[in-house]
Design a protein around this ligand. Structure first.
Ligand SMILES: NC(=O)c1ccc[n+]([C@@H]2O[C@H](COP(=O)([O-])OP(=O)(O)OC[C@H]3O[C@@H](n4cnc5c(N)ncnc54)[C@H](OP(=O)(O)O)[C@@H]3O)[C@@H](O)[C@H]2O)c1
Length: 254
């Protein structure tokens, strides 16, 4: 995507990577609409950042996505970029079904069905725009598993393959598909992650990400340097070492 002049909807931008990216993209000359469930945060964002529009939505709920899409498109008919950012991560113990089943269902609903339903709600509109982008958000954990978070890893692997597949179907249309592949970044995605030494500082991640978007407008994947250790383990032939190293450093243990 071009770095400026877009109208961008980011469901999942009340905090963390989504909010930081929303503010940076706004500063680069884009119209930005921020979405999420926490109405109080949406009000604060609108008050503190004039020019950013907000929409309340729950991406785990099909009706909420439909209603938010109607509102966004009515207010911003020039919308040309959807960034499907909303996601959740949970630690699970798969030795105990009582502890993981609800978590797994909720992760798949939010992290996989959410982006699928968002794309379904916006694809016809985006196809009618002269230059459009769907940005999906996977993770380094799509490519090497963190033992503590099986459903999350699987959800992000699904997003990777979905992105690869729909990019093929949309080739030759006006819609690009770009996959953002973050490494561990200091956000509130998991308890303790905001202060984790092994996670990348949020501002450094956003600066590198926006520089990549600027220098590689046609990139299939946006990969900061730090994620390449996880992303290319299999291609390099050191996948087992990557998995061992990743899990040795995991504060949540096995
Ligand atoms: N931080 C990392 O290390 C990392 C690494 C790889 C990938 N990612 C991905 O990056 C994305 C953003 O995560 P983050 O790290 O910035 O964590 P975060 O600060 O917890 O942000 C998650 C965002 O998703 C929204 N969200 C969650 N469930 C939602 C729902 N049902 N409906 C609408 N919005 C929902 C949250 O808003 P509300 O709570 O207001 O709804 C929030 O704005 C996620 O997809 C995550 O998997 C993060």
């Amino acid at each position: 995507m071009n770095i400026s002049g877009n109208t961008i909807f980011i469901p999942g931008a009340t905090s963390g990577i989504g909010l930081a990216l929303a503010l940076e993209l706004r500063a680069k000359g884009n119209t930005v609409i921020v979405g999420g469930r926490r109405a109080g945060l949406l009000r604060e964002i609108a008050a503190e950042h004039p020019g950013i529009d907000t929409v309340e939505l729950d991406t785990a709920d099909a009706a909420s996505i439909e209603s938010a899409a109607k509102q966004v498109l009515a207010r911003h008919p020039e919308l040309n970029v959807l960034i499907a950012m909303a996601g959740i991560m949970r630690v699970e113990d798969w030795r105990d079904p009582a502890s993981f089943l609800a978590s797994a269902e909720s992760i798949i609903t939010t992290n996989v069905l959410g982006p699928i339903r968002l794309i379904a709600a916006f694809i016809e509109h985006l196809r009618a725009r002269p230059d459009a982008t769907i940005m999906t958000v996977s993770s380094g954990l799509a490519f090497a598993p963190l033992s503590a978070t099986p459903s999350y890893n699987a959800s992000k692997a699904a997003i990777h393959m979905l992105s690869e597949s729909i990019r093929l179907q949309l080739a030759g249309t006006t819609v690009k598909v770009t996959e953002l592949v973050p490494p561990s970044v200091r956000t509130a995605l998991l308890p303790g992650q905001e202060t984790s030494d092994v996670a990348m500082p949020l501002d450094a991640f956003i600066t590198e990400t926006v520089a990549l978007l600027e220098s590689q407008p046609d990139a299939k994947e946006i990969q900061v340097e730090r994620v390449k250790f996880l992303r290319y383990g299999e291609a390099r032939g050191d996948y087992d070492r990557v998995v061992d190293t990743l899990n040795a450093a995991d504060p949540h243990g096995k």
